[in-house]
Design a protein around this ligand. Sequence first.
Ligand SMILES: [Zn+2]
Length: 123
Amino acid sequence: MFCPKCGAKNDDDGSYCSSCGQKLSEASKQTGPDLVLNVGQKNRIIAVILNFIFPGIGYWYWGYKKVLGINPILIFIGWILVTYFSNYLVFGLGLPFLALDLFLTYDLYVKTEGKPGWLEASK
Ligand SMILES: [Zn+2]
């Protein structure tokens, strides 16, 4: 069990905290400290940043199986191929791609707020 005052771990049968001396109630024996994070919880910020650096991957991280009917992993692979080759062909295509990247990033940001966003996506 964890001490409700200082958070130190104590033996389950102890009556007082070995760290700070706080009396340990039955209630605190059953529940851990509030600090314990839900490991399975996804982080919106990580999702949005991922979608900016790796367009499509953020959607995938957030649990979307399809965006505009396409697997988001394929969107990412397509993005890499298109930007890689287009940068060789036409210098200056970077800005439209940056704009599209920002659009995808903002779309996911809106989606993580629980709103539909602009692009059709399903989980
Ligand atoms: Zn304590």
